[in-house]
Ligand binder design. Structure first.
Ligand SMILES: [Zn+2]
Length: 529
């Protein structure tokens, strides 16, 4: 790093991260080990709120009616700059921070773990904000820093809610960060931002099973197990699943890389075979690059659900879970951020990390490599090259790709999308590394910490730029106004898709840790030895 070329304010921010590596790494370990899933990140959110209060932030918990969301504010006056932490893990990815396959002890083998990892995402954003705060104190800079706590990213949960309820209004710029993956490593997005994600839960309830078959047709009235029975709620959910698989083929042309997936949240309630299952619930989520495509998928699903309910004599209710827009880019803020990433330099994975990489390869019966990591995870990729690589697999009409609810920020102030990479194992022809290898490395300090420090320094430096260089901020905001046709409410602006009185779906049956007389465990009870 050419320290002579950088401002004293930026140097303070970057130096603060270098001096705080132990503290940042320890906090990441805490969040990684909690491994809490969407809408159920109680310990993780509390850890952030406690730390931010100690750091002098004003913290509001439970923002937008979401118990594991928060907003932390420091400073005063303009500019008002925002970023956010995520901290949700993913069911089925339990793994210890070791170089061999080992789900965490004392829990069901398919308990959750951090994958992307959102643990690193959140801690990097936190580090960036604390670094900028240090520069503001030392150099007496004016402005306001806001760090949102954003739960349930894996279901694109909180950001459309925050947006709809006005939390993103009045900002000058946002920084969105995600750990690197696929073609997005150590870079910023240029044109192709993420697409849209909608999700809905259909509930089928069997209200009047006694009306299904006439009493006169029953050989043994009053003997439920000896009677023909109302098809009821499990049949409804199975039919919904099946008919949607059939109609999926006809929803949209096979282009644009759209997808539709489901999760059966409730399917009867077991233990009584002779009663009609009274309730079932299936959640659908679908991703596509345009809002009209999203609407087409939605219409087919709603039509299917209505007819399935009629066939099975169930009552249907529909609950929206989320509805995001597509991302809006901003080149000016992307350029500022990438310059700072160049200044900081790519993450470096040293001998300790390489040892981990080689151990993993050895444990998979591969020949350990002298350099076990890809070049891509340790070098920078200019935004236009990233763009060209992303575009390779896309039709020319497709302007957005994949989903992430950060896109909600992009319509309320100029936003950059930054990526830095953790250690990534070098490919072996004809072999695919199993998911546990990535999950393990996301919790091993030597293979994940450089990703966090690099991102933290880049975020901190970019916040400092936006605080100290009003002409740069002005350029960024001018571009936002052009792209939205006049800013918020402008001719090309898209408003939040959820209503402002939206009730967040935190009361649905999301997988979670539970405490019973057996102690704390994953919702699927831990098998006995
Ligand atoms: Zn993610």
């Amino acid at each position: 790093m050419k320290m002579s070329k950088i401002s004293k304010e930026k140097r303070t921010a970057i130096d603060w991260i270098s001096a705080s590596e132990k503290k940042i790494s320890d906090f990441h370990q805490l969040i990684w080990n909690y491994a809490e899933t969407a809408w159920r990140e109680y310990k993780s959110a509390k850890a952030y709120c406690d730390l931010l209060r100690q750091e002098g932030f004003e913290v509001v918990e439970g923002t937008g009616g979401m118990p594991t969301a928060f907003l932390a504010t420091w400073g005063e006056d303009r500019p008002v700059l925002g970023t956010y932490a995520e901290y949700d893990a993913v069911p089925g990815n339990s793994q210890k921070a070791v170089p061999y396959r080992a789900p965490r002890d004392g829990l069901h083998p398919w308990a959750p773990g951090h994958t992307d990892p959102h643990s690193g995402l959140g801690v990097a954003a936190l580090a960036g904000v604390l670094a900028a705060k240090e520069a503001m104190i030392k150099h007496n800079l004016k402005g306001t820093l806001k760090l949102f706590g954003e739960p349930a990213e894996k279901v694109c949960g909180s950001k459309p809610v925050h947006a709809a309820k006005g939390y993103y209004d009045g900002f000058d710029a946002f920084i969105s960060y995600h750990p690197g993956y696929s073609k997005r490593q150590n870079t910023v997005l240029w044109d192709t931002q993420c697409g849209s994600y909608w999700s809905v839960a259909f509930t089928f309830e069997c209200m009047d099973p006694e009306k299904w078959v006439g009493e006169e047709l029953l050989a043994y009235p009053g003997h439920p197990h000896a009677a023909a029975r109302c098809p009821a709620a499990i049949d409804a959910v199975c039919m919904m699943y099946t008919v949607t698989k059939y109609t999926k083929e006809a929803m949209l042309p096979h282009t644009g890389l759209w997808s539709l997936n489901e999760f059966i949240m409730i399917a009867g309630q077991c233990t009584s075979d002779n009663e009609p299952p009274r309730i079932s619930q299936i959640q659908y989520c679908w991703r596509s690059p345009t809002l009209p495509m999203q609407q087409q998928i939605c219409q087919v699903l709603e039509n299917n659900a209505k007819h399935v309910a009629e066939v099975t004599k169930c009552r249907l209710s529909t609950r929206w879970i989320t509805k995001t827009r597509v991302g809006l880019t901003n080149h000016a803020i992307a350029e500022i951020t990438y310059k700072n990433l160049e200044l900081v330099g790519p993450p470096k994975y040293g001998e300790e990390a390489k040892k981990v990489g080689r151990q993993i390869q050895k444990n998979l019966s591969l020949e350990p490599m002298e350099e076990p990591f890809t070049e891509a995870c340790q070098t920078l990729k200019p935004p236009k090259r990233t763009e060209a690589e992303i575009r390779k697999g896309l039709p020319s009409w497709q302007l957005n790709f994949t989903s992430d609810d950060y896109v909600e920020y992009t319509w309320h102030a100029p936003t950059v999308r930054l990526y830095t990479s953790m250690a990534e194992l070098k490919p072996v022809p004809g072999f695919a590394y199993p998911a546990w290898t990535w999950n393990a490395m996301s919790g091993i300090r030597s293979t994940v910490d450089p990703m966090i420090f690099t991102a933290g320094k880049t975020i901190g430096a970019t916040l400092v730029d936006l605080l100290t260089q009003p002409e740069k901020l002005k350029k960024v905001k001018t571009e936002f106004n052009e792209r939205t046709g006049g800013g918020i409410g402008g001719s090309k602006w898209v408003a939040p898709l959820l209503p402002s009185n939206f009730k967040p779906p935190v009361d649905l049956r999301w997988p979670e840790y539970v405490t019973t007389v057996r102690g704390e465990e994953w919702w699927i009870p831990t098998p006995m030895e």
